[in-house]
Design a protein around this ligand. Structure first.
Ligand code: PLP
Length: 376
């Protein structure tokens, strides 16, 4: 869900993309993004496209033909990174883990060792396709020791759980507006360290992508404000408002809210006899993948939730197709009212299949969590 204020911001009158008013707004958006990413990186900006463009921008600007890159693969988005990197001419070394589990530092170390000189080590912080929450700090250290840049996909994690770009030693990090930032899809916040920029500047050939060339983008997104492409003005209005809302709530409070609603949901699901599918101890707060019980058709269940209750949840992907469903609790959507409504609907639908569970039990367990927290 998106806050009404964000929708209203998109309906505001347009100004030119070089208008002084707009440039001032852009300055404040970039400052707020630095705050959100916990970075002082000068090159911090919203790319004019969705999260996947942030991914492509990172790889396209640092990779040259034949470069070795190490990518953690435990879901859709690590797999996508491999595709993006290899299309750009990289030689990809995968550090794999089963879908639903995290990439272990030992496996990352082995993949790094298999390279002669890795240019880049890349991981997905929050694997939206499985619900696995990847720890980053030790991997950052491994990348640094190997003389490689460290790249992190923070599309689903940013603004939903702690992420510290500078303190953790992340060189390239991108996100998307439509996950925990609670804005419509359309922009990809991106931040680049000075260390990564040196690699970009020292390229012999320009990056393969003109639209995503960080040198050209930097000339618009720094104080020069030189035209490169027309900034999507209404989307910037929306992002500005969404960031202001995040600032008003405060990051700590926002993370605590995501955590509490996840815990309440997990307690309710457990009372329904359902199991979370992601690795214990590494479960995301904003994306809950749930094992589909024996004898239940996941597509029929999702259809019933949508048609009978107006609730959309996600399907399992790749090897998890048909085996899990995915429940998002991101940004504005991470609210007790949504948790209660979902548990109640799920309880009713599962009761129809005679699984011996009741919505009332689920709600009781969920309220126990909210009661303990004094109600966030
Ligand atoms: C959604 C998502 C993306 C892709 O973002 P789009 O906005 O769909 O292009 C990349 N990585 C992760 C982890 C995501 O959840």
């Amino acid at each position: 869900m998106v806050h009404r204020r964000v929708l209203q911001a998109m309906a505001e009158p347009l100004v030119g993309h070089l208008d002084p008013y707009f440039l001032e707004l852009l300055d404040s958006v970039q400052d707020r993004l630095r705050w959100l990413f916990c970075t002082t990186n000068r090159l911090t900006m919203p790319i004019s496209a969705t999260g996947s463009a942030g991914m492509e921008a990172c790889f396209a600007n640092v990779i040259s033909d034949g470069d070795e890159v190490v990518i953690g693969v435990n879901g859709v988005f690590g797999t996508r990174m491999c595709d993006v990197a290899s299309r750009l001419g990289a030689r990809v070394q995968r550090a794999e883990a089963p879908w639903g589990r995290i990439v272990e530092p030992d496996d990352l170390r082995a993949a790094i060792s298999a390279c002669s000189k890795p240019k880049l080590v890349a991981l997905v912080h929050a694997e939206t396709s499985t619900g696995a929450w990847q720890p980053l700090e030790e991997s950052a250290r491994l990348a640094r020791e190997a003389g490689a840049l460290f790249l992190v996909d923070a599309v689903t994690s940013l603004a939903g759980c702690p992420l510290e770009v500078d303190a953790w030693g992340i060189d390239l990090c991108y996100s998307g507006t439509q996950k925990c930032i609670s804005c419509p899809p359309g922009l990809s916040p991106l931040t680049v360290s000075e260390r990564a920029l040196e690699i970009v500047r020292s390229r012999e050939q320009p990056p393969r992508s003109w639209y995503l060339d960080l040198g050209l983008l930097g000339a618009y997104f720094d104080e020069r404000r030189v035209y490169h492409h027309t900034a999507p003005v209404s989307m910037i209005y929306a992002l500005s408002e969404a960031l202001e809302i995040i600032e008003e709530e405060g990051l700590e409070a926002r993370f605590a809210r995501h955590r509490r609603n996840h815990e309440a949901l997990a307690a309710g699901l457990s009372a329904l006899g359902l199991k979370l599918a992601a690795q214990e101890g590494h479960r995301l707060w904003m994306l809950n993948s749930v094992t589909v019980p024996e004898g239940i058709d996941d597509a029929a269940l999702r259809r019933a939730l949508l048609n009978n209750h107006g609730i959309e949840i996600g399907a399992g992907l790749g090897p998890l197709a048909g085996k899990v469903v995915r429940i998002g609790l991101m940004g504005e959507s991470s609210r007790p009212a949504n948790v209660r409504r979902l548990l109640s609907a799920l309880g009713d639908e599962l009761a129809k299949a005679d699984l011996g569970c009741s919505a009332a039990d689920a709600l009781q367990e969920c309220e126990r969590v909210y009661g303990d927290s004094g109600g966030i």
